[in-house]
Design a protein around this ligand. Structure first.
Ligand code: NCD
Ligand code: ZN
Length: 463
């Protein structure tokens, strides 16, 4: 697809056409390149023009004056829990929450039951979730020692990328060995397929957990001590070495420590960093008020690590921010620190968090579409069809009132279990007014609209 100049100045008369059209009028259109006051016209699901004083030929006009207009967020790291773990969440609840949070494409992780680790399971999942998808979706396959020699089949079946769990976490997938990682990265180098890594070291975590448990520790902070920065650094260093030799598109998911970030910086482009909202917000001090609700892998860390992550976000070393939306049922998040489930739901609060950070001056406003739309789309190999508002891109958009604000209430969250969100009670500046998916309104002022019309996004296009 050709990228055309973004902005047409002056009146452009748009021919009346058959089919659907929507004009988002007079907003401040925000892309990674900057902000400009403009109208956005979407025709037949694609951005047809961005310019000033566009004349609508169709019916629907959304008044966006005073509002920010961004490309829909792409959450490159979510766990819908389909197939097989739908007591925690399902595709319907997750994608309704996504629509409400301005996320128009989600990339779903494979640590399910059964895990998505074969071409058949990729194909079945892509097909089966469609009737419950309120936003567009992409599907990750798990990298395992048995599928590593035939990754091409996973991709042909529709996998957007691979996920390698290097250490213990929800789903209990066995870590791929170094050869499987090398095969995946070599395949990635020739095809651009991303390989996402959960980088935590099993033996260190198991050893430390055993010791802390044996010493009678049962407070939530013991979880962070059992998974210290070194457990992340060891795996990042190993992946950096293999990626340095093999090339490919290696993404370190949910980077949480200063040391891991340094290793990524030193890899000189061999590794890309993804941060998660919760690691930019919560510290070990928050265990006191939020307890096991913030138990997550990798764990929340001390203030100095959080500050290092913010520096990484501002410098561009951290290329993407995702939610790692990882919901569990309330009873699974309770009880003993060692047996409680790890994971925080967050797909609905991801974009509000980032917009709030921009409105508070922690990042620049144009960082928001760069971190949440453009770079995730690039990671997944779907830019500029997704993650862009250039003519020809899918008409995925969020309209945000920067004068509004949102104090998160359980009732506002579309999750299956809103009560396990540690964001309840927090206040974000800015308020989402509309979310558009390929030109159709999927969320408007508190309500999910229009029914499930999400489509499966693969490297070949939208199925
Ligand atoms: C994730 C989950 O529950 O699926 N949990 C988590 O703590 N992040 C798995 C993962 O991404 O590690
Ligand atoms: Zn993970």
């Amino acid at each position: 697809m050709r990228i055309e100049p973004l902005i047409y100045r002056g009146v452009r008369r748009i021919r009346r056409v058959s089919g659907s059209e929507i004009l988002v009028r007079g907003g401040r259109v925000l892309t990674g390149w900057g902000m400009v006051e403009a109208d956005v016209l979407v025709r037949e699901g694609r951005v047809a023009a961005v310019g000033t004083a566009l004349e609508p030929g169709g019916t629907r006009v959304l008044d966006a004056s005073g509002m920010l207009v961004l490309p829909g967020a792409i959450d490159e790291h979510v766990h819908s829990r389909e197939p097989g773990m739908t007591w925690k969440e399902d595709f319907s609840t997750m994608t309704r929450a996504a629509a409400a949070g301005g996320v128009t494409t989600v990339a779903d992780m494979p640590n399910t039951s059964p895990p998505v680790d074969s071409p058949e399971r990729v194909a079945a999942k892509g097909r089966d979730v469609a009737p419950r998808a309120n936003v567009d979706y992409a599907i990750f396959a798990a990298l395992t020692d048995s599928n590593a020699p035939r990754i091409d089949e996973l991709v042909r079946a529709g996998a957007i990328g691979l996920k390698a769990y290097m250490g213990p976490t929800t789903g209990g997938l066995e870590p791929p060995d170094d050869w499987s990682v090398a095969l995946a990265l070599r395949f990635s180098r020739t095809t651009g397929i991303p390989v996402f890594f959960h980088a935590e070291n099993g033996p260190l975590i198991e050893g430390l957990s055993g010791e802390l448990r044996g010493a009678g520790r049962s407070d939530p902070a013991a979880h962070s001590e059992a998974r210290p920065p070194v457990a992340e650094e060891v795996e990042v260093a190993r992946i950096a070495a293999i990626a340095g030799a093999m090339g490919g598109n290696a993404v370190i998911a949910h980077v949480s420590s200063a040391g891991a970030l340094e290793l990524i910086e030193r890899s000189r482009g061999a590794l890309r960093a993804e941060a998660c909202a919760h690691h930019l917000i919560f510290t070990t001090e928050d265990y006191a008020a939020r307890g096991l609700l913030i138990k997550v892998n990798p764990p929340v860390r001390t203030r100095e690590h959080v500050e290092a992550l913010w520096r990484g976000v501002r410098s561009g070393l951290i290329r993407t921010i995702a939610s790692d939306h990882a919901p569990h049922a309330p009873e699974e998040k309770e009880g003993d620190v060692w047996s409680a489930a790890s994971g925080i739901p967050g797909v609905q609060t991801l974009l509000p968090f980032a917009v709030d950070a921009a409105l508070r001056g922690l990042i620049r406003v144009e960082d928001v579409p760069r971190l949440l739309s453009e770079n995730p789309a690039r990671n997944l190999g779907i830019y500029p069809r997704k993650g862009s508002l250039a003519p020809g891109s899918d008409g995925d958009m969020v309209v945000i009132d920067p004068r509004g604000s949102w104090r998160v209430r359980e009732d506002d969250l579309f999750y299956k279990h809103p009560e396990v969100s540690p964001y309840v009670g927090m206040e974000f500046r800015g308020r989402i007014k509309y979310t558009l998916l390929r030109g159709e309104i999927v969320y408007e002022d508190g309500g999910v609209a229009g029914g499930p019309r999400g489509r499966w996004v693969t490297r070949g296009g939208v199925r």
